[in-house]
Design a protein around this ligand. Structure first.
Ligand SMILES: [Zn+2]
Length: 415
């Protein structure tokens, strides 16, 4: 994928939000980051040389500036962004909101539909010190036919594209609980289904799955990543349950993976998803990790892989089997995506509800089917009437057994 293809979805999104031409944004990005090759773009996803910090993150770079028509070297702190989108939004925000001393400084750039006029408006507002800046922008737009990205009509969507991938197939060898009471695919695919449902409640999002939802075919990894790349996904989330091996273990917790090169956008997304998973499940935080997994390496977008708990740990397996836990994981993944991409809920859409927690069952009331027997057992003095739905301990069992024995002995001796 070319640099322009890579940043175009972000530029078009920011252009739609701000009414600044996408062609202008793209030309500025090309010119100022030398087609994304500048140290600043590589290290900080910073396309426009905006200085300072972004959410506390910065990168130190030596750069050249024009002062009185002369080029000089300057060492300074520049904003470090989680993805191209934040960098581009900083530029369009500047055009829309101006600067502290003049909020109308870039007024002529906003809403301008002629890229030549827009380029000159940027130059005339004093944006760049390069005296040839406007001509250079116009040259880049024309040479690369960037105006095609300004088209904002039917059939040209500005939607964010999210690829969801449930790992494995139903019959993939291994990939199951040690007692085969759950296949990993079953957990992965149900969570994937819930993620898709949740994402549909947000505006401007397209979702595609890269697995076979029937589980019959374990789609080869290359086919999965090819599909996401061809589709032009902006993000890729692969959903998994963990295991140490084929025997029971006490490994526990949740972890999220990014590729070994730690792409900034993927790390930012992984950090948000991991935090949301831990906050909503309360499981141990194993952190954001790196791995040379095919789906992370061969995808051209922000790609993460989540491991939502251990199938070979009996307690976590019970969670992985439960519908409420699956829904919780899905909602956490989506909340991480929403945070990363600034997604907004559609109006009038009711989000799928979380099924009632198994653990929130009222332990102090007997289930309907057991009520009669419970009341009788209480009336006969075997139980004290409290916590009918709680587990029984060995010592409680001893008390109950002795009560039973003491009640039965007189009956036996009477005969
Ligand atoms: Zn897996």
């Amino acid at each position: 994928m070319s640099f322009i293809e890579e940043i175009a979805p972000h530029a078009r999104k920011a252009a739609a939000e701000s009414d600044v031409l996408a062609s202008l944004i793209l030309a500025q990005a090309v010119l100022e980051s030398a087609w994304g090759t500048s140290e600043l773009a590589q290290k900080g996803k910073n396309l426009f040389g905006i200085k300072g910090e972004y959410k506390g993150q910065s990168v130190m770079i030596i750069t050249s500036e024009f002062v009185n028509g002369k080029e000089i070297k300057v060492n300074a702190a520049f904003r470090k962004y989680p993805s191209w989108l934040e960098s581009i939004r900083d530029l369009t925000d500047k055009y829309v909101n101006g600067v502290s001393w003049n909020k109308d400084l870039y007024r002529a750039v906003v809403g301008e539909k002629d890229y030549r006029k827009a380029a000159w408006a940027v130059k005339n507002a004093g944006y760049a010190t390069d005296p040839k800046y406007a001509e250079k922008l116009i040259g880049v737009i024309e040479t690369n036919n960037l105006t095609k990205y300004d088209v904002n009509t039917k059939g040209v969507d500005l939607d964010l594209r999210i690829a969801i991938d449930a790992g494995h197939g139903n019959n993939t060898p291994g990939k199951r609980a040690p007692d085969d009471s759950m296949r990993e695919f079953h957990f992965n695919s149900v969570v994937a289904k819930y993620v898709v449902e949740e994402l549909r409640t947000y505006q401007g999002v397209l979702v595609e799955i890269t697995h076979d939802p029937s589980g019959i075919r374990d789609i080869p990894l290359k086919e999965r990543t090819d599909k996401a790349n061809r589709w032009g996904a902006d993000a890729f989330v692969s959903i998994h349950a963990n295991a140490v091996g084929s025997a029971w273990s006490n490994a526990n917790g949740i972890e999220t993976y990014v590729y070994t090169s730690k792409p900034a956008g993927a790390v930012a997304l992984a950090t948000k998803v991991q935090a949301a998973l831990i906050a909503s499940t309360g499981l141990r935080d194993r952190g954001v990790k790196v791995a040379n997994f095919h789906v992370l390496r061969e995808t051209k977008m922000d790609a993460i892989l989540v491991e939502c708990g251990f199938m070979d740990n009996p307690a976590e397996l019970a969670l992985l089997k439960s519908d409420s836990y699956r829904r919780k994981c899905a909602q956490a993944i989506v909340s991480g995506l929403a945070k990363q991409f600034g997604l907004k809920k559609k109006s009038g859409v009711v989000a799928p509800t979380v099924p009632k927690e198994e653990s929130s069952v009222d332990k102090n009331k007997p289930s309907a089917w057991a009520k009669k027997d419970w009341d009788e057992a209480v009336a006969n003095g075997y139980f004290d009437g409290t916590r009918p739905q709680d587990n029984i301990t060995r010592e409680e069992m001893a008390v109950v057994v002795n009560r039973l024995r003491n009640n039965l002995l007189p009956l036996i001796y009477k005969k």
